[in-house]
Design a binder for this molecule. Structure first.
Ligand SMILES: [Zn+2]
Length: 217
């Protein structure tokens, strides 16, 4: 690479990280690091339900509207031959600010403590803030077990969550006739683009576009 370009890129990176450091110090937010928290007093992996503000864009401080891609997980139970919608949880896959387009997004998981979202190579890369202000580490074998617990799945489904996820099959939304008659509960995963919002209760799908639907049981 041309030396000038290399220099320019490193200057850009420097001024960007300086700008971000400034914003963080103004907001009085620390990005978790074992150097500043060696005793793990504020270790994000120990937090189940967050008490901080959740997703925040570092460029414009937007906390409400986000684009990107997320999965909507839904639980349906069959009762008296009718399929009932029980609950849904959002799991972001990649996220950017709706207001300014930045992907410099943090998760404030405790007041004044945050980590960067989906930053490749980062310790917190697989730690994801889902609906109901719950943090789940999807790198951990218990990740889907916890997600299924949040959805309200029964014990059998929770214990089989990994294999259910591995065997998800493409499905046409609400094509209930295609489901085996001895199945009483299903988890549906809808891959969705954009339209994610956040309020005091957490994130939710406000106007997402459904791209792909899968089902498992
Ligand atoms: Zn923004």
């Amino acid at each position: 690479m041309d030396e000038n370009i290399k220099q320019w890129i490193s200057q850009e990176k420097n001024s960007r990280s300086k700008k971000i450091k400034k914003i963080l110090s103004k907001m009085d937010i620390k990005i978790w690091d074992k150097k500043i928290d060696p005793d793990h007093q504020n270790f994000p992996f120990d937090v189940e339900e967050i008490t901080g503000a959740g997703y925040i864009c570092l460029e414009c401080k937007n906390k409400n509207n986000f684009n990107g891609e997320f999965h909507i997980y839904r639980l349906y139970n069959k009762e008296d031959n009718e399929w009932d919608f029980e609950s849904e949880m959002l799991v972001p896959v990649c996220i950017e600010c709706y207001e300014c387009g930045s992907n410099n997004i943090i998760i404030e998981y405790r007041p004044n403590w945050a980590f960067s979202v989906f930053k490749d190579g980062d310790d917190c890369y697989h730690l994801t803030l889902i609906s109901n202000k719950i943090l789940i580490n999807f790198e951990d074998s218990e990740g889907y077990f916890k997600l299924f617990g949040q959805l309200g799945c029964n014990k059998d489904m929770r214990n089989n969550s990994s294999s259910i996820m591995n065997e998800m099959a493409e499905w046409e939304l609400n094509d209930w006739d295609s489901i085996n008659s001895d199945t009483n509960a299903v988890v549906v995963r809808i891959t969705t683009k954009n339209g994610m919002e956040q309020n005091e209760e957490g994130i939710y799908d406000a106007s997402g576009t459904y791209k792909f639907v899968e089902i498992g049981s």
